[in-house]
Structure formats: C-alpha cells, structure tokens
Design a protein around this ligand. Structure first.
Ligand code: ADP
Ligand code: MG
Length: 599
C-alpha cells in the first residue's frame, strides 16, 4: 500500500489555525489591538464598518515593521516576542504564538501599511486568503495600520455563522473596553461607520472608567489596593447599591491581560456577601499583578483563561482587597447617603405607580381558542360539591353564593380566587387548588403578546404624555440605534437627543405611561443579560427582555378583577405552563393530596 500521509499546504494549515484564533470579528480586533499594544503604541484607533464584517482596521503609532518583518509577520509561528521556551516564563507581551496575523490573513483580505520611525518609506502588503497579492514601498505614517476586509470571505459557512450586527458589535466593544481599561496610558478611539463612539485620552484608570462607562460611575467607585510579597491587587469596585442585574461590567486582569475566572469572581462576590440586592452583580475592575513565572497563559489560543501556581493565595488577596475597599468607602454614610435615600424612595414611587396592571384582550387565534377550551375544562366546578355539603360547610357555601350574587357576571368557579402574600394567585379548580406565580404568569402573557405583535408588525404605540430622556453609554447608544427598527416594532418610539441620549416619545400601547425611562433602560439592560446568557434570535431576545421588565412584580397587590384577567389571559396563551425562561407558571395542589394530609 502506498504512503498516504502528506503535509498540509500552509494556506490550509493557516485556515485551520484561524478556526481557533479568529472566531468572529471581535477576535480579530483583539489580536490586532494587542499587537499594537505590544508595539508600544501611544495611540490606537479602531475603525469598524458593518460590525467588522465589511471592515475592521487598527491604526497605531507603534514601532512599525521593516519590509522583511512585515512579510514575515504573516507567516505562522513567526513572532518577535519569544525566542526560546524559557521566555514563556518571563512573558510581558500580549502575544507570543505568532499565529494571529497568519490566521487573519488566511480568512480575509488584508492590507497592511507599516513604517519604522527612522525610515522614510514604509511597506504596503496586500494579502488575500494567505496569498500575497502586492508588496511595495509606500509613503505612510510611522507605525502600523492593518485593514481586514470581508472576514471569512472564503469560508461562507463561517460567515453565515456570524450573528446579527448588534451582537457582533457588542463583542467588538467588549474587547475594546477590556483593552482600553487595561491600558489607560494609551489613548484609544473607536469609530463605527462615520461615528466616533469612544475617544479616550491617555490618563488615569479612574478617568478611563468614567470615560468608558459614564459620569455616573464617578460617585460609585471605591479604590482597591492590597499587596503581598508575591501578588498585588489594585483597581476599583462599585458600590453595592449600584450593582446591576446584567453581568458584563466585571473585569479581571492578570498582568494586564483580561481573564475570565469563576474562581476569582467568586472571591469578589464573597467579599460583597450580604451587601448586594438579590441576583445583582457589582461593577469591578481589578488588576492582579504577579511574577509571570507564577502563571501559565499558554492554556488556550484566545488566552482568556489562565492558570495560577497558587490560586488559593490569589483568591485570598483579591477577597481581602475588595473587603477593605467596601469597608472603608461604601458603607460609611457619606454625602452620597442622601442620594441613596432619594433613590430608594424614587424606586418605591416607581413601583407603586406600576400598580396599575395592564391586561389585554385575549388573542383570538384558533390555537388560543382551542387552548382555552381545554383549560376551561380544568376550571369546571361540579355543582354537586356545593349541594352535598354538611351543615358546617354550608355556611361557607352560602357566603360564596352571596358574593357570586353580588357579581352576577362572575362564573361559579371564580368564587375562590385570592392573592397569597402579594405574590401568588390562588384559584379553585376542579381537581384542587391552583397556585399561580403572578410575575411569571404575566411575563408569559406579555411575551406572547409582544411576540405576536412583532411578528405581525402590529406593535401599536401610544404617545408619551411626558417624554423622558434616557442617557446611554456610547456603546449602548450605538446598540440602541442599530436595533431601532426592532425596538420600534415593539411599540417604542424615540428621537435621538444629543450625543448619546434619546427621548422616548412613545411606548407600547398596552403599557402604562409614566415609566418610559425605567422601561427603556430596563429593556436594554435585560437585553444585554439575555445576549450574554442565551443565544436567542434578536427579536425574541428583545421581546423577552420587555416582557420581563414590563411584567407585574411579586409584591404587587392585585384587585380581584386583575387576578381574574391575569388567569384568563394566561390560559389563552400558547404555552401557559411555563414562563419564557422555562420556569413553571403554576401548579395544582390536588384534592386527594389535601385529603391525604387528614388521614
Ligand atoms: P504574536 O503577536 O503572537 O507575535 P502575530 O501574528 O500577532 O503574533 O504577530 C506577528 C509579529 O508581527 C509580531 O510578533 C510582531 O513582531 C509583528 N507585528 C504584528 N503587529 C504589529 C504592529 N501593529 N506593530 C509592529 N509589529 C507588529
Ligand atoms: Mg499578536
């Protein structure tokens, strides 16, 4: 039998390697920007078009490359950053694998311009799918500019696999934010289309945080600082009261490299223990510095995981740093205290205002109707039960009859219906007692309603009586604009107002007016949570977010009509038994089980 093993051609090997290094536009952004940081740039500019799918470009003023190096940089395993294995243990650069440029060039059309400071002319290189198309001298700025066009142009399957523009943009912004946080002494710019999204001057980390996330972060930051013989932790944590429902503003850096670590996240959460509102996450930006010999970053090509030689010791120092920061800054009443009190009373007002419940006419599709018939069977009350009562119970029965007489329109099965602890609706049904979670049930109702409207493009809007302004961080603002059509399909209407604010002029017709700002902010916050935790189509993700945010809450008192309307609406839903995120909306405590308790 002939020998059959052959070495793969470079272009194919590079494409395969690219599968690991370049998963989406954001990963190319990360690699290019890290190269610029390694090249000692003072200024790094990122330009993206069409969420990086059409173009992503990184321009730096770093050391640049010679003609030979420019050509070499595109080869796989070509790097200026390590020479020998031991160098891995003293690593101070972001890159070292020498794979990124080769991988990117294998799956895109790349144009590189680069010039060393002491040279008059630079080098232009054009590469397409690993193939060098042009190489010539060019007049250009000192430093390096790399344009990556039509990422995955030669791998349609990958290209089709990319998510919608808002999602890919979000990933790019995430990478940008991480690198900008880790390197406050470098100035960064992010340009999307023709719009300047971020313009971050070089400066202190605190200023960088505020420039990235907004002025409101100014009051909420508590500095962290803790040092032992082998590890140093610095950075900022947010006040517990400002913790958010959405994850995404938690940043851990080890030797300036952004990392994910559930273990160290736990250390931070542990320090916050007992101080955070339920299921919220505090803001933090923490820098851990230790001898590169004590960590191994060579775990995964994208390098967001890392191994520590002594993980437990790092855990202890992180927790103690955060504890101290919270202790000395956040909990002692200060000038901010008043602000908090106001905030709480405002929140209370907001929630009492939302006491008006907004229920809606039933859907009238065939599916819904047949569903309702099924559910009505469940509610049927056997009249004999009422007749065959012994004496004691008959008084109770009489009471029920009376109340039924007072409300001639109410059906006999509706007579036992009440709210338990302002959270659950309890209703008598044929087989026993039904317990409904009011919040989950309402989420289900709104979810189906909004989804239906969005699908049929019938989202009605009502004009706001008092249009409210909502301010966003530049990145969120860009996301809102990108999704304008989808958001309007829900029934929202808004105008752009200033640099990164909007005025909400209309809200979905069936929601109560007066909470425009709260609703819109909640919608976007929830949407971001959904995006990080679930892989849902954009529309459904938005609809879910709105249903969650607009639904009545546990703790809200409902009058009888509201309860009745909620129950009726629930059982006209397509999937009444579960909330949109899959939790049961109700359960039935069966009569025979109740009987068993008395045996
Ligand atoms: P790595 O960063 O792991 O070395 P890359 O493929 O990202 O691998 O880059 C290969 C080499 O190209 C780098 O080692 C560096 O010498 C050079 N290089 C890449 N980008 C730049 C840049 N922006 N400025 C200067 N040199 C660069
Ligand atoms: Mg690199």
């Amino acid at each position: 039998m002939p020998d059959i093993i052959q070495l793969l051609p470079d272009s194919i090997a590079n494409q395969i390697a690219a599968g690991e290094v370049v998963q989406r536009p954001a990963s190319a952004v990360k690699e290019l920007m890290e190269n610029s940081i390694d090249a000692g740039a003072h200024t790094i500019k990122l330009i993206i078009k069409d969420a990086g799918k059409a173009l992503l470009q990184v321009v730096d003023d770093g050391i640049g490359m010679s003609e030979t190096d420019a050509r070499m940089s595109l080869e796989r395993h070509a790097t200026s950053k390590i020479r020998k294995a031991e160098d891995l243990f003293t690593l101070r650069t972001m890159g070292f694998r020498g794979e990124a440029l080769a991988s990117i060039a294998a799956v895109a059309q790349v144009e590189m311009k680069t010039r060393l400071a002491d040279q008059e002319l630079g080098t232009l290189l054009v590469v397409e799918g690993s193939e060098v198309k042009r190489q010539e001298p060019v007049a250009c700025e000192k430093g390096t500019s790399i344009q990556v066009k039509n990422l995955f142009f030669n791998i349609p399957a990958r290209r089709n696999f990319l998510k919608s523009n808002p999602i890919e943009t979000r990933h790019i912004v995430d990478e940008f934010q991480r690198l900008a946080l880790a390197n406050p002494e470098i100035s960064f710019m992010l340009i999307q289309g023709d719009e300047l999204i971020y313009d971050l001057p070089a400066g202190k980390i605190s200023a960088r945080i505020i420039n990235l996330f907004g002025k409101s972060y100014q009051q909420q930051l508590a500095p962290c600082q803790e040092e032992t013989s082998f590890v140093k932790v610095t950075g900022y944590v947010g006040r517990p009261a400002s913790a958010k429902k959405a994850r995404g503003e938690q940043f851990l850096f080890v030797n300036r490299r952004f990392i994910r670590s559930n273990y160290l996240h736990h250390a931070v959460m542990n320090a916050f223990e007992g101080l955070l509102p339920e299921s919220t996450f505090p803001f933090y930006v923490l820098f851990i510095e230790l001898d590169p010999g004590h960590i191994d970053v060579n775990v995964h090509p994208t390098k967001t995981e890392i191994k520590f030689v002594d993980e437990q010791a790092v855990y202890a120092v992180v927790r103690s740093a955060v504890r101290q920061a919270i202790g000395s800054h956040n909990l002692t009443p200060s000038l901010d205290f008043d602000a908090d009190v106001n905030l709480i009373s405002k929140l209370n007002q907001a929630s009492s205002k939302s006491n008006e419940v907004y229920f809606d006419e039933r859907f009238s599709t065939a599916l819904h109707r047949s569903n309702q018939e099924n559910w009505e069977k469940l509610f049927e009350t056997e009249n004999q039960v009422l007749v065959n009562q012994d004496d004691e119970q008959s008084t109770v029965t009489t009471l029920h009859f009376e109340s039924a007489l007072n409300q001639p329109e109410s059906k006999p099965e509706d007579k036992v219906l009440f709210q338990l602890h302002n959270r659950f609706i309890v209703k008598q049904v044929k087989s026993g007692m039904m317990f409904i979670d009011q919040q989950l049930a309402h989420e289900r109702i709104l979810f189906e309603k909004f989804l239906n409207q969005v699908r049929h493009k019938s989202g009605q809007s009502q004009q706001s009586l008092f249009p409210q302004t909502v301010n966003f961080s530049p990145a969120d603002f860009a996301m809102v604009l990108e999704m304008q059509a989808e958001i309007e399909a829900l029934g929202f209407r808004f105008d752009v107002f200033g640099k990164s604010s909007i005025v909400v002029v209309g809200i979905p017709a069936n929601l109560s007016s007066g909470r425009e700002k709260e609703l819109f902010e909640g919608l976007m916050e929830q949407f971001k949570t959904n995006q990080t935790e679930l892989a849902l189509p954009l529309q459904e993700s938005l609809v879910r977010a709105l249903a969650k945010r607009a639904s009545i809450r546990a703790g809200q008192t409902l009058v009888r009509e509201e309860m009745q309307s909620l129950v009726d609406s629930l059982f006209t839903c397509g999937t009444p038994s579960f909330s949109p995120d899959g939790r049961p909306t109700f359960f039935i405590f069966e009569l025979n089980k109740i009987e068993n308790y008395f045996r």
